[in-house]
Design a protein. Structure first.
Lengths: 811, 341
């Protein structure tokens, strides 16, 4: 909320306690009303001062220009060239001296105009930004003080605070309310300059009938009839206050209602009585299906839950939110019905949220206005309208308030205050602080140090013991809270196991050379669909993915409209970003949830995603293996780190469409498909402008983590020598090395400790369609030294097995 | 006669050993003279022609010759080896400024690095991690946190809605509720995770990260809370860091406070990071509102608590001087590479 300190000074003499606006701002911030900005408006007019024209003459080289000698006091004289003609010797004027910056970022500098030095400018009202249009320069009365700053002279020396009023402190959403708060924290006096006003003999109640049919939603409604109003411009002081807090001046009556809202926090509404059909004002719930047109012409379809202000046959206002187009104040309005009411905050909020309408009035009503302030505001506005719009105030005003709202009393024991705050609270201080914020305080007779506190109606936020404990701390100053020792747990509880496992996974991936990526959990629906293609194929490799992504009702933009179903779109975006910025190789991993919905509700499946692209140039090894197999070996390392030994890669299945069909594999962990690895489909390289070969992998972490952490049992190993044999087999190209390896392993039995491929060869003297795969086999026995006979027999057995199963020939 | 032959062979061998240019050549000569098929053992075959009286003498001569050759061999071998090693060392000289084959540890993400650090600091005093889903129920996100429908505090979190009953969690507080409802007090819970708000500008990202701390025990005070957060700030930012509380409002705590710490960049003297105030805001906190305890079936006359929450990106910005919030989600390697530990 914007607060004018000049305006605030009407209610509290803050200057007597605080040396500067920033001191006041600090005090407010310290007590819980954070001041975001202190804007010194007088700075807008630095170097703009009042001057006196000592000499007036013509510019020697220009007929249309004048040359003046102007003093700004203390004997200082400035030579100024001026284009205007309405001034003369002896006039008092506003001078912008070099260094001044006039509205519109117009910087004043010393300059030469047609060869004559000019150090400043004589200003017009328009140049000063105080009026839209003006002719010639501003001539001031003779009585002004030469040398005075213009901002001070014109009352533009206001300081504006931007106060961040938390949603519980609706009582501070006004200048008077803030003055009251400043008084409470500083001990200053505060008061409202209410003038007396007189009413005519005519009766409000005879002119307009008021019926509150929904007392539940509208606990209090007051109104007064005012006749013979003359709509016109507001007085200068009023305009100035409103402008200071960035409210446009409209006309005297509307400005006064706005002024009172900003002064007291009570929104008001003025109806043109001519438009009140049947001369009736009725407060009631809407009729379902009705249409209401707001002040700015928006048509709202009502469903019956809205609280309306109506006349005899139509709605004329959405209670507490916005008036109707049909009943507003017009230039020729003479008779008005002035409304001041207390609406239920929940009611106003529900309706304003439903229609997405935010107004200054509903902002205050929905946070809770003061039910006790209704009449005060009505009278304040009445008085001002009578004075500045010439209205005749009718007697016999309405104030329908069937069930008085009283805050209930709360018992607070000062011992509790001390205990919860951790520093000594005293009875005296407690009593005086509570009285300071307007509470009724009753000392308990039965229990020393116990008080019965009734908060004022404007403090809607005070209702339980803890609220008063906070008030005490706030008013004493949070600085009083001491630094104790850290509060240490006295019960040992383990972390969430998934947290530990995720962290282990991160450590493994980093050790394998992958940097961690974090992407948004939402993205553009179309982009996701385009990249992923048929999501059924993701389901087939063990990643639960619903065809329809989970949608956000109110996304920030289309681009962030749905929840991700895979980590791939995000990782590819990162690859593309890096590639475009000249990072021609890299490895990323991401750990995060993906989202789906089924008949049981929303599902979040945690996944590990990998992306690797390009290769770092290497002077040592000219023949790097395929990137996809490098990433595969990284994943195998990860599996081994988690103590998994039983896993396999399967190539011949249907893979997601974004993968290269010939360079993909599904990962089976202990028989269960938990994800895939593959090279990015070349067509996507083109679409996403990724120059390098890229590899993707995605694992279902929920399945990966199942049963983790596993019990680790150290295996003993043989003390006897090992025997290694090489075995080169010529087989059909279509037979995968993995299949042959499993067959060898099976035939080799327990003495065969290790198998690995060390060479693959095609062409040469190998028949077309065939290839040679060379395995190194390591044999070892735990019970003794292996003999050649035993190893040879096993080799024979293996050769026979692969010959039978794959037609493999020993090369 | 035979003895002469033996000595001749010995001398010839010694001469040959002397002339050997490499250990390999030397070895070959050793085989030639001393090996199974060597010239010296060949003479042994002639022993049968020697008279029995002479045989011991012959045997002696043979052994002497063998010993002499073995000794000579070892001597020459050592010399040659020394020379060969020197040669090898000079041949194997590498340009040690050449790059090695590529090998690189992956980098941290600053968000994860901050999470790890914070969690480690609190783990040391016995706090433990709990988690929860990102799509949460209205009750977990608001109701159980003392934010009933139509409460103005709902404006504080501009929430993304999934349907009438579900929204993307706007804070990590629902993790508190899940824990309060599934485990037994006392609690010392940390709830890290991603959160979402409809807000996007230079300093706000629609997705960001928070960590929440919750303690529920028999007696808990604001001083305990401040002590805990002071401990945290000095561990996280450095020993000289001071902490202060400012009053604030959160529906789920009462009293509530904003937590500032002295600016780690300028040590409280005032700089651009802290807006020349010497203080930076690091989070919000307060004593758990009794309604929050009772909404999770905890007797609020028996149990008390405190809670705190911090924005992870903000902590990273303060600690590492990150200039633009968008950097967190671009995953540009030039950015990530800088976060290593």
């Amino acid at each position: 909320m914007k607060v004018s300190l000049n305006w605030l000074s009407e209610y509290v003499d803050w200057k007597s306690k605080f040396e500067s606006p920033s001191d006041l701002a600090d005090a407010l911030t310290k007590s819980g009303l954070e001041v975001d900005e202190v804007l010194d408006r007088s700075k807008d007019y630095d170097n703009v001062v009042l001057g006196h024209i000592l000499e007036y003459g013509k510019h020697p080289d220009a007929d249309r220009l004048t040359l003046c000698q102007v003093t700004t006091g203390s004997g200082v004289v400035h030579q100024i060239v001026c284009g205007a003609t309405n001034h003369k010797e002896g006039d008092h004027v506003v001078v912008a001296l070099p260094g001044a910056v006039l509205p519109g970022n117009f910087k004043i500098k010393k300059s030469k105009i047609r060869g004559v030095e000019s150090s400043g400018m004589l200003c017009s009202e328009k140049e000063l930004g105080v009026s839209e249009e003006s002719e010639g320069i501003l001539i001031l009365p003779e009585s002004v003080t030469v040398g005075q700053s213009f901002s001070e002279y014109a009352g533009l020396d206001d300081v504006i605070l931007d106060v961040n009023v938390t949603s519980n402190r609706a009582d501070c959403l006004s200048h008077y309310g803030l003055a009251r708060e400043i008084a409470a924290i500083s001990g200053l006096e505060y008061s409202l300059p209410i003038k007396t006003f007189s009413t005519s003999a005519s009766s409000t109640k005879k002119e307009v009938g008021l019926f509150v049919k929904s007392a539940e939603q509208c606990p209090r409604f007051a109104g007064r009839y005012i006749s013979n109003v003359k709509i016109g411009p507001s007085p200068t002081w009023l305009k100035k206050y409103l402008e200071a807090v960035e409210i446009n001046s409209i006309n005297n009556v509307v400005d006064i209602t706005n002024f009172v809202m900003l002064e007291l926090g009570q929104p008001l509404h003025a109806y043109d009585v001519r438009e009140l059909s049947g001369r009736k004002v009725i407060v009631d719930l809407a009729e379902g299906g009705e249409v209401f047109t707001t002040l700015d012409g928006t048509e709202l379809k009502l469903d019956g839950s809205e609280l309306m202000i109506r006349d005899a046959d139509k709605p004329i206002g959405l209670a507490g939110i916005v008036g109707g187009k049909n009943s507003g104040i017009k230039d020729d309005t003479t008779d008005v019905f002035l409304e001041s009411a207390y609406f239920k905050p929940e009611q106003v909020r529900r309706t304003s949220r439903k229609f997405g309408i935010e107004t200054d009035a509903c902002y205050r009503f929905s946070r809770g206005t003061d039910p006790d302030g209704v009449l005060l505001a009505l009278n304040r506005a009445s008085e001002l309208i009578a004075e500045f719009a010439g209205g005749e105030l009718y007697d016999d005003h309405y104030d329908i308030y069937p069930n008085h709202i009283r805050k209930s009393a709360v018992t607070v024991d000062v011992k509790d205050v001390t205990e919860r705050l951790g520093f000594e609270a005293t009875n005296d201080k407690f009593e005086s602080w509570m009285k300071g914020i307007g509470c009724e305080v009753e000392v308990s007779v039965s229990q020393a140090g116990s008080f019965l506190i009734t908060p004022p109606t404007f403090r809607q936020d005070l209702s339980i013991k803890e609220d008063f404990i906070e008030e005490y701390a706030r008013l004493e100053g949070y600085d009083k809270i001491p630094d104790s020792e850290p509060f240490i747990a006295h019960k040992a509880v383990p972390h969430d196991v998934n947290y530990i496992l995720k962290r282990q996974t991160q450590n493994s991936m980093r050790a394998l050379g992958y940097s961690q990526a974090i992407n948004f959990a939402f993205l553009d629906e179309k982009t996701q669909a385009q990249i992923l293609g048929d999501v059924e194929l993701l389901n087939k490799v063990g990643l639960k993915t619903s065809a329809e992504p989970v949608k956000i009702i109110n996304p920030l933009s289309e681009e962030l409209g749905v929840m991700r179903t895979s980590l791939v779109p995000g990782l590819l975006k990162n690859v593309s970003h890096n590639s475009r910025h000249g990072l021609s190789f890299g490895k990323l991993f991401e750990i995060g949830p993906t989202f789906s919905k089924d008949s049981e509700g929303y599902k979040e499946e945690w996944r590990l995603g990998l992306s690797a692209w390009g290769k770092q140039s290497n002077i040592w090894s000219k023949s790097d293996g395929p990137l996809v197999l490098e990433v595969k070996s990284h994943l195998e390392n990860l599996l081994t780190n988690f103590n998994y030994t039983s896993f396999m890669w399967k190539g011949n299945v249907l893979f997601p469409e974004f993968l290269h069909p010939g360079q993909s594999a599904a990962l089976f962990l202990e028989g269960k498909n938990i994800g895939y690895i593959g090279t990015l489909h070349p067509k996507l390289n083109e679409d996403l402008k990724i120059r390098e070969t890229a590899v993707l992998a995605e694992l279902n972490l929920d399945l990966f983590f199942k049963g983790q952490p596993r019990l680790r049992r150290t295996k003993t190993f043989s003390k006897f020598p090992f025997v290694d044999r090489d075995l080169a087999l010529v087989v059909d190209k279509e037979i995968s090395s993995g299949e042959i390896e499993s067959a060898i392993s099976k035939a080799g039995g327990s003495l065969l400790q290790e198998i690995h491929v060390f060479d693959v060869f095609e062409g040469g003297n190998i028949e077309p369609g065939m290839r040679s795969i060379a395995f190194r086999l390591v044999y070892q026995d735990t019970d003794g030294t292996l003999t050649d006979e035993v190893v040879n027999a096993l080799q024979e057995k293996i050769i026979a097995a692969v010959a039978k199963k794959f037609g493999a020939q020993v090369r | 006669m035979l003895k002469n032959q033996i000595n001749e062979i010995r001398d010839e061998a010694l001469q040959a050993f002397k002339g050997a240019a490499s250990t390999k050549e030397l070895y070959d000569l050793k085989v030639k003279y001393l090996g199974r098929q060597g010239s010296l053992p060949a003479i042994m075959k002639k022993m049968k022609d020697v008279s029995p009286e002479e045989r011991p003498l012959m045997g002696q001569a043979m052994n002497q010759a063998k010993d002499a050759l073995e000794t000579a061999y070892l001597k020459f071998e050592e010399e040659l080896k020394r020379g060969e090693l020197t040669k090898r060392l000079s041949e194997e000289k590498l340009d040690m400024t050449l790059p090695g084959p590529p090998s690189k540890l992956g980098a941290h993400h600053p968000i994860e690095m901050v999470f790890d650090e914070i969690i480690d600091i609190f783990s040391r005093i016995g706090y433990y991690v709990r988690s929860g889903p990102m799509i949460e129920t209205d009750d977990h996100n608001f109701g159980a946190l003392n934010i009933p429908p139509e409460h103005p505090a709902r404006d504080m979190q501009d929430t993304f809605y999934i349907d009438e009953e579900h929204s993307l969690r706007p804070h990590t507080s629902p993790i508190q509720i899940r824990t309060l409802r599934s485990e037994k007090p006392p609690f010392y819970v940390l709830g890290p995770g991603g959160v979402f708000r409809c807000d996007s500008d230079v300093s706000h990202s629609p997705m960001f990260h928070q960590i929440e701390g919750l303690v529920v025990d028999k007696k808990v005070s604001m001083a305990d809370l401040k002590g805990t957060l002071s401990y945290f700030a000095s561990e996280f930012f450095g020993k000289s860091i001071k902490t202060r509380f400012r009053p604030s409002f959160f529906p789920f705590t009462e009293p509530s406070a904003e937590v500032d710490c002295s600016c780690p960049l300028c040590n409280g003297k005032g700089c651009r990071m802290c807006g020349h105030t010497g203080w930076v805001e690091i989070g919000g906190c307060g004593l758990v509102h009794p309604n929050v305890l009772s909404a999770s079936d905890l007797d609020n006359s028996e149990w008390q608590g405190f809670a705190f929450g911090m924005g992870i990106e903000r902590m990273a910005i303060i600690k590492y001087g990150i200039s633009d919030i968008r950097l967190f989600y671009e995953n540009d390697n030039r950015f990530l590479e800088q976060f290593r530990r």
